[in-house]
Write a new protein. Sequence first.
Length: 363
Amino acid sequence: MKRRDLLKGGIAAAVATGAAAISAPAIARDKIEITMVSTWPRDFPGLGTGAQRFADRLTQMTDGRITVNYFAANERVKAFDSFDEVASGNAQMYHGADYYWKGKHPGWAYFCAVPFGMTYTEINAWMKFGGGQELHDELAAGYGLKCLPCGNTGVQMGGWFRKEMNTAADFKGLKMRIPGLGGDVISKLGASPVSLPGGQIYENLISGAIDATEWVGPWNDSFMKFYEAAKYYYYPGMHEPGAQLTLGMNKKFWDGLSEADQMTIMAAADTENSVMMAEFNANNGASLSKLISEQGVKLRSFSDDIYDSFGESTEEVFEEVQQHDALAKKIHQSFITSRNEVGAWAKISDQAYVQQRNRVLGL
């Protein structure tokens, strides 16, 4: 073979090899299998289906390279054991409400909901632009976790009661399912707060083990059938004005991911954060109408006397939180600063507009 032909062949081979290299992925990334636990019952509307939707979305976004094996509450561990299951590394992810962990540190409550706290739009502003995510990272790192917002219920109802609640004195002696700092608030009014996972509330309410319960809102609550035991449905809930749900991850697992995979998980969680809120807003109104018209539910608003008492007790609880340690105080002060700044704008924007719109339209 002539030298010129050899050169042609060599060049052709090199071009072919280069083309193959360009068409193939530059890096063959490993498949990742994730075990995800949850504090919610299987297929539970909004909360449970939102967690499942996130798991499915992450798998779809990676064409199956990242596989999420989702376990609802009690399928792998009990609801309130989700935190420890992930912190220990036995699972890689949990989906839940971080105020469930306030017994470990009161700062956890601020990344879900606290009394007289922030609405969905307000807490999003704090998390993304007010230092909230950085504080969540600081708190979570101490427990071997990395956390991201992954859902929100919006403003919640005040709860289901067997009797009318006219004054703050009516809370004295009441046994009510209400977790987080909201439970600490009603305890100062003489009530006994009880923390129960969602799957155990109905049986405790029906049996009389508890006198009242809060849960979420009309859409979720209608599936729980609380109206079979308690007909009085109060609003608004001071304890959860914008309950943020969390995707918690084992920090060693998170740190071992590529930046691309971390960004993909963040995008999937951020999507669910907005989708869940939209789903609750789309369903709550119609569900409330059915509860009233079909189940005989009696809608009531808390009196100013009760709300004023809530406010006074909340200030006492906040003082106690800040005395826990320096990090608790830092989280609280950052949260309150953001609430006041964003809330001042909301007062003359969203709130002012909705008030005038509803006045004109008679809504």
